[in-house]
Design a protein around this ligand. Structure first.
Ligand code: IMP
Length: 188
């Protein structure tokens, strides 16, 4: 797609901005401060799921001022592009053991919760000392799995959003805010 001078990439695809970039950054700093306080002395391991959560993770880590370690897993969701089936395949495992560790799983968005439920079950089976969840975005209206959140940035309405790491068909992760796409862009 080519854009004229007056029309930026974002103008062409974005319908509504739900959370502006500066609000996201303020919230990330606040959650980072809380994590620093809550996990002081516990040498926590922060785990996130590639690829979407890596944007949040990069900002969050810089807002934490205690010693921490970081690890990543990668999964693929089967099923339609915009709806979770909860059927997940692990394509990259953690690099190290989590046994006896204080583990904090960092998610970008929780929708039905089915994906996270699968990952939590997997990690629980490895006997961490504690396993908690923090998410930047939460869509409580669509929850199908019961998940308790230690940190929750923003509750969202039931709308498909992109930006700040979230994609539609692999695109729009680089938008710095959380937004809804124009209907012309999203063809289900
Ligand atoms: P869940 O299993 O329904 O909670 O969805 C989990 C995954 O679906 C998230 O980690 C995202 O990758 C994706 N997802 C859910 N809602 C959205 C959305 O509004 N925009 C982009 N991706 C989403």
């Amino acid at each position: 797609m080519a854009f004229s001078h007056a029309q930026t990439f974002a103008d062409a695809v974005v319908s509504d901005i739900l959370i502006p970039a500066d609000e996201i950054q303020r919230k990330v700093v606040e959650i980072g401060r809380r994590i620093s306080r809550d996990y002081d002395g516990l040498n926590p391991l922060l785990v996130s799921i590639l690829k979407g959560s890596s944007f949040l993770m990069a900002d969050l880590l810089r807002a934490i001022d205690i010693p921490i370690e970081v690890d990543f897993i990668a999964i693929t969701n089967y099923g339609p592009a915009t709806r979770s089936s909860g059927v997940v395949r692990l394509i990259k495992d953690l690099d190290r053991s989590i046994e006896n560790r204080h583990v904090l799983l960092i998610e970008d968005i929780i929708d039905t919760g089915l994906t996270l439920n699968y990952v939590l079950k997997l990690l629980r089976g490895r006997h961490p000392r504690a396993l908690d969840v923090g998410t930047l975005l939460n869509k409580p209206a669509r929850r199908l799995a019961n998940i308790s959140l230690r940190y929750n940035g923003f509750d969202l309405p039931d709308r498909f959003v992109v930006g700040y790491g979230l994609d539609f068909q692999g695109r729009y992760r680089n938008l710095p805010y959380v937004c809804v796409l124009k209907p012309s862009v999203v063809s289900f």
